[in-house]
Each structure stands twice: as structure tokens, then as C-alpha cells.
Design a protein around this ligand. Structure first.
Ligand SMILES: [Zn+2]
Length: 310
């Protein structure tokens, strides 16, 4: 899956909504307490199990009590959860955030912020009721998701505070790990944020281990900075992934780093510095463009260590 960019005007509008919340919270320093956000927005956080219909049925019942026949049958909310593979849910009636208890705990923070995103974006409200959620077109659903993810990122990384810290020293995977701790977000979301924040060509990958027997889709997320997306449209995640096995070894923490050369759409070769970290679930890779390589000639034999990828 590729990361998506919002049109600038949409991003600005969503950012203004986040700005207001952070202002009302007195301009907090990292890490942001989501409990204070819930308190400010008067939200109720609850957990459910997709196998246990109790709280979902009760939610559906409440929605009916509020005078809206939102769900014909309580079981439809469970259908919605399965159909959209929802890990969390924002239910405007009763101002509830529901999170799937069976999801790994470190991910809850992102899911919660994502649902807060749906809650604060006023044009999402009509789509957040059970049945509308069922009938949304996939394209529309995806657009709402990209918007909610953007809101979540701007909330959890405190708007420009993340960028200021990121750029205040040399960017590396170690820096990503430090910032994950400071902002109390997962390494994966911090990697994602890092790549999207940079205004030069950069990539991030969330994949299986480079020496694992290749899954059908070894790269779960291929993250690109805006500049990379614009200039390197022909570089594929699979080609980058196959590079990892060349320089990655081991199964703990940092598992490899190397220079990799990538050709941009104009045919110019650029050196990327890649670092890969194994977090016991995924291989996380950060790749940063160092500089353009003018008319580099690849010597046979050198191709092993510095392979040219298109
Ligand atoms: Zn969503």
C-alpha cells in the first residue's frame, strides 16, 4: 500500500481543526495525553471484542433510542466492522470511541487518534452512522480514511513540533527511534511521519524480514516523501525490497545499512542511504537521498555492493 497525499487546501483545513484543539489544551509538549483530548471533546472511550457482540449491540440499541433507526439489526454494526476491517469505530451518538481490544496495545494510540480525526472533521459526521458506513463507496471511504489519518498524525506529532525536532539534528533511523519515544508513538507511525515530513526524496518501507520466504506482498507499506513520489515514479517497492536481502542480516534491532542507487524519471542516478530495523514484527526501512550522482558508471563487481535500481 502506498501512502497518499491530501490536496493542500484539505490538509490546511484539517490542520486548522487540530490547531484549535492543541490551543485549547494549552499547547502541550510531547507526549500528548489522549485522555486530555477525550476530556476536552467529551468523548467516551470503550473497548470491544469483535467476537463479543455485547457492547456493539448495546451501541446499536442506543442509536435507535436516540430516535434514529440507524441500524436495522444490531448485528449489522458487527458486519460493518468485519466488512471494513475496522479496528476502531467512532460513533457520533453517545460520542463514543470504540477500539478493538484484541488489537495490539501499542496500536491503540493511533487508532484512537484516527477516530478523534473522524470526530473533529465536521464533514465526516454524516458518514459515521452505522448504515451509511455500510453503503459508502470504497473510493469515498478511502478519502475519509486519508483525511482521518492526516488529522491523527497532526495530533499525535503535535503539528510542527515533530518537524522542528526531526530537523534539529542529523536524520537517521536512530533519530526516528528517539522521536518515537519522545512522542510516545510507535516506530512505524514515527517512520511514516518522518518520510512524509521531509522535503527531499525519501522513502520508508514496512515489510517482512528480507530473508523470510517471500510473502506474496512482502512490502506492507511503501511510504514516499512528496518529492520522491513526484520524481521517482518508476521505483517499485518490490525492487527496493529485493535490495534489502543484500545488506540485511540478523533478527534483532538494526539489521543493515547500505547505499542504494536509484534512477529518477529523468534518468539521473541518486544515492540513497538505507537503514533497516527489525522490530520483531516488521522490517522498517528508512531511505534518504544523499545527492545526485552525475553520470555514474557502474563498474562490474561494484554492482554487488552498489546496485543500480530503476
Ligand atoms: Zn476511519
Amino acid at each position: 500500500m502506498l501512502n497518499q497525499f491530501l490536496p493542500e487546501s484539505e490538509a490546511r483545513d484539517i490542520d486548522a481543526l487540530v490547531e484549535r484543539i492543541l490551543k485549547d489544551l494549552g499547547g502541550p509538549a510531547p507526549p500528548l495525553s489522549l485522555a486530555t483530548v477525550r476530556e476536552l471533546l467529551k468523548l467516551d472511550l470503550q473497548f470491544y471484542r469483535s467476537t463479543d457482540t455485547g457492547i456493539l449491540a448495546e451501541t446499536a440499541h442506543r442509536m435507535k433510542l436516540a430516535g434514529k433507526q440507524v441500524l436495522a439489526r444490531p448485528s449489522r454494526i458487527i458486519d460493518a466492522i468485519r466488512r471494513w476491517d475496522l479496528k476502531a469505530l467512532w460513533v457520533p451518538d453517545g460520542r463514543r470511541l470504540l477500539i478493538d481490544r484484541d488489537e495490539p496495545k501499542p496500536k491503540h494510540r493511533w487508532y484512537e487518534a484516527h477516530e478523534v480525526g473522524h470526530c473533529i472533521i465536521p464533514w465526516h459526521e454524516p458518514f459515521m452512522h452505522g448504515d451509511q458506513r455500510l453503503t459508502l463507496s470504497v473510493a469515498c471511504h478511502e478519502q475519509l480514511e486519508v483525511q482521518a489519518n492526516y488529522a491523527a498524525a497532526r495530533i499525535l506529532f503535535l503539528r510542527d513540533q515533530f518537524k522542528e525536532r526531526l530537523l534539529s539534528s542529523e536524520i537517521s533511523f536512530d533519530r526516528v527511534r528517539e522521536l518515537a519515544k519522545i512522542f510516545q508513538n510507535t516506530m512505524t507511525t514515527t517512520l511514516w511521519r518522518t518520510v512524509e515530513t521531509l522535503d527531499f526524496p525519501a522513502i520508508g518501507m514496512v515489510s517482512c524480514h528480507p530473508h523470510e520466504i517471500a510473502a506474496s506482498e512482502p512490502v506492507r507499506y511503501f511510504l514516499r516523501s512528496r518529492q520522491f513520489a513526484e520524481k521517482f515514479s518508476e521505483v517499485t517497492p518490490d525492487a527496493l525490497f529485493s535490495e534489502l536481502s543484500r545488506f540485511c542480516f540478523g533478527t534483532r534491532g538494526p539489521i543493515g545499512k547500505s547505499e542504494v542507487m536509484l534512477k529518477d524519471d529523468a534518468g539521473e542516478v541518486h544515492v540513497f542511504f538505507m537503514e533497516t530495523f527489525w522490530n520483531h514484527h516488521d522490517a522498517l526501512t528508512l531511505g534518504l537521498c544523499r545527492h545526485a550522482k552525475a553520470a555514474q558508471v557502474l563498474v562490474p563487481g561494484e554492482a554487488d555492493s552498489r546496485q543500480l535500481l530503476k
